[in-house]
Design a protein around this ligand. Sequence first.
Ligand SMILES: C[S@@+](CC[C@H](N)C(=O)[O-])C[C@H]1O[C@@H](n2cnc3c(N)ncnc32)[C@H](O)[C@@H]1O
Length: 206
Amino acid sequence: MASCLRIQPETGTLPNFDCVVRFYSDWAETYDSEFQSLDYVAPDKTCEALERHLPNKVAKIMDVGCGTGWVGKALKGRGYTNIDGLDISAAMLSRAEDRAVYNQLWLLDVLDHRIQPKEAYDAVVSVGLFIQGHASPLGIKNMLRMLKPGGIACITIHQDIFESNGYSEALRQLVDDGLCAIVEEKQEAFIMKPDIHLRIVTLRKS
Ligand SMILES: C[S@@+](CC[C@H](N)C(=O)[O-])C[C@H]1O[C@@H](n2cnc3c(N)ncnc32)[C@H](O)[C@@H]1O
């Protein structure tokens, strides 16, 4: 049984923090059925990308913005067994807990690095967090902090905000600062109905 650690961030680092929490609190109950009907392929495409760079199936993995646990389920389906999750929505975490694929679930804001586990994970994976109105590029730097040196981060960024919302520039800066290398970038489907695309970026921490 997963344990859900209810830690509140000391400050709201996201201007729309409360709004995002409320939004997902309202959506948690119907989220899975709605995504099911859209043919939601992003979790599996992202885990497929992760698997190319992380063959070790007992590697310790953090699913950031885990929501109701689609990514945890996809990881489990590929044989990974040591998975934690974090999210800012208690309602979404409660759904994730029902899937029984996570060891630990954390109520955390990825934008507040002060309260996150440091250098604890072999990999972090994140699907659907870097979209309009959600986590800023700072979230990518904070994810790297959670990784052990040499660890892998596999994240999705929606194509329409990749340049305009500073993700492209932030990635370039992280590489220039020697914090990580980009080992793969791929355009993939997010959902099939309608056909919406995202970018899957795989990083290796220095
Ligand atoms: C579109 S959902 C994706 C959920 C899941 N990864 C999936 O693929 O179904 C985005 C999730 O990110 C979470 N989230 C948004 N901002 C966050 C933040 N700053 N820190 C942690 N989680 C956040 C939301 O609560 C929500 O569960």
